[in-house]
Design a binder for this molecule. Structure first.
Ligand code: DGL
Length: 268
């Protein structure tokens, strides 16, 4: 591992660009290699075994690109494959996920209180958030609701408008999310509807967006290991396993600016 090597970031598609953006804002000197597995999205409806197979294959691509760190910028992939990718990558790169920093935050600030989670079916049904929060034993009352309509809704450009308002409000009224003190956005697409959720709650519920926490945790870990790039910064790359103009057009939504996508099939 060399400090001049890139940071690899991957997601099922382009939603993980919200995390890439937070990483870039905090560490502008780092080269990013982003991989969006657009050929296989959505991960949220896939089996754990399929997501694990994709994740290992993507880890290989990022290792070949000499990444010093691999950040799993997808909750569905983090729940299904974090432990496996860590074991597979071993000492070749540092591996981070989007869940651990949130679990630590919730345990520190919401002991004895009620915390809700929204995310894909994979993320919610895996029970990984619950297990990790309960393992820290801070008395957090945790409940989760799968909200599978939200990622495709956001990708189709429905956010901060009347349609998203009705759908989001319906989900937030479900019994699982009743009287929560905080709500975890358990999907990397959801930062785009954070302000809408906050206004539905009239600012009375903290809406927890993992992207900045994950960027900070990655920064702290790389700094402690002496792995922050001090030298020349190379150009970021954005790879996708399947290319369509519509993916490229949507990058701006998530990354804040348009990026060029390079097609990089996972299997030839
Ligand atoms: N970005 C993915 C996540 O964080 C959701 C999209 C998908 O289902 O692939 O879970």
């Amino acid at each position: 591992m060399e400090s001049s090597s890139p940071i690899g970031i991957f997601d099922s598609g382009i939603g993980g660009l919200t995390v890439a953006r937070a990483v870039k804002d905090l560490m502008p000197n780092e080269q990013l290699i982003y991989f969006g597995d657009t050929a296989h999205l959505p991960y949220g409806d896939k089996s754990t075994a399929s997501i694990q197979a994709y994740a290992v294959k993507i880890a290989d691509v990022l290792l070949k690109a000499r990444c010093k760190a691999i950040l799993i910028a997808c909750n569905s992939a983090s729940t299904a494959a974090f432990e496996l990718v860590k074991a597979y990558v071993a000492s070749r790169a540092k591996v981070f996920d989007v869940i651990e920093p949130v679990v630590e935050y919730v345990s520190e600030y919401y002991g004895g209180q009620k915390v809700g989670l929204i995310g894909t079916k994979q993320t919610v049904n895996s029970g990984v958030y619950r297990q990790k929060i309960e393992a820290l034993n801070k008395g957090v009352q945790f409940s989760a609701l799968a909200t599978p309509l939200l990622a495709p809704m956001i990708e189709e450009g429905f956010h901060n408008n009347q349609i998203s308002q009705v759908i989001v409000q319906n989900y937030l009224e479900e019994v699982e999310l009743k009287d929560v003190d905080a709500l975890i956005l358990g999907c990397t697409h959801y930062p785009l509807i954070k302000s809408q959720i906050e206004s539905i709650y009239n600012g009375k519920v903290e809406v927890i967006d993992s992207s900045e926490m994950v960027a900070k945790a990655t920064y702290a870990s790389l700094e402690a290991l002496g792995l922050l790039n001090k030298g020349e910064k190379l150009k970021d790359r954005f790879l996708v396993s399947d290319y369509t103009p519509s993916f490229e057009n949507t990058t701006k939504l998530f990354f804040g600016k348009e990026v060029n996508l390079e097609k990089y099939p996972l299997w030839e």
